[in-house]
Design a protein. Structure first.
Length: 203
């Protein structure tokens, strides 16, 4: 793609974004729009960051995120997006067809579709978990479960949000911890828990 086409495409995208944001702000108020974006982003970040997946249960430690609070925030966001799209559509005589179209597209993509996809991924991985005991490690990833005795594990490493387990005389196991709904804080805690029982391989 030539630089001219890239520049033209970039300008067109910015223009479309500007039209859409103008339409949303015109209907809901620019201050209200800003408060909603900041509030929804902050609420989702705080819930995701501090809810955590780590729980102590008798003689074991279980990493299994409680998705309820995150899904509640996402549900409220999607509901607000549907309401916003309706309000924008009803204001099309004032905004004009082009501005209305861009505004609805922006709301649908960022406030309805993306949160809905994220919510679906959370629900799809809701049964995924890691259980650490004094003698073994259990990992459930979708429909596959690994039961590993610590005596059968050579070492482990955490790299790029992946847990890589090197087994004695067997193939290594690689698990994407993001697919188990673990955030960065959970991964750090998991690292400490595993390091109590398994040697950590050097990078």
């Amino acid at each position: 793609m030539s630089k001219t086409k890239e520049t033209t495409g970039g300008i067109s995208a910015l223009t479309a974004l500007g039209y859409g944001l103008y339409g949303i702000g015109k209907v809901h108020g620019f201050i209200n729009m800003s408060i909603f974006v900041i509030g929804a982003s902050l609420a989702l970040f705080l819930v995701y960051r501090f809810t955590g997946a780590r729980k102590k249960k008798q003689d074991s430690i279980v990493y299994n995120l409680n998705e309820f609070f995150i899904l509640t925030v996402l549900g409220l966001t999607v509901s607000a997006g549907i309401y916003s799209s309706f309000r924008i559509y009803m204001s099309q005589n004032e905004l004009g067809e082009i501005v209305t179209s861009y505004a609805i597209v922006i709301v649908c993509v960022f406030v309805i579709i993306l949160p809905a996809i994220y919510g679906f991924l959370l629900l799809n991985n809701r049964n995924d978990k890691i259980i650490v005991t004094k003698n073994n490690l259990s990992i459930t990833d979708n429909n596959k479960t690994y039961y590993l005795q610590f005596t059968d594990i050579e070492s482990y490493q955490l790299k790029n949000s992946k847990l890589v387990i090197e087994q004695k005389g067997k193939d290594e196991i690689s698990i994407k911890l993001g697919d188990l709904n673990l955030n960065s804080r959970d991964i750090k805690l998991l690292d400490k828990d595993l390091n109590l029982y398994i040697p950590k391989s050097k990078p």
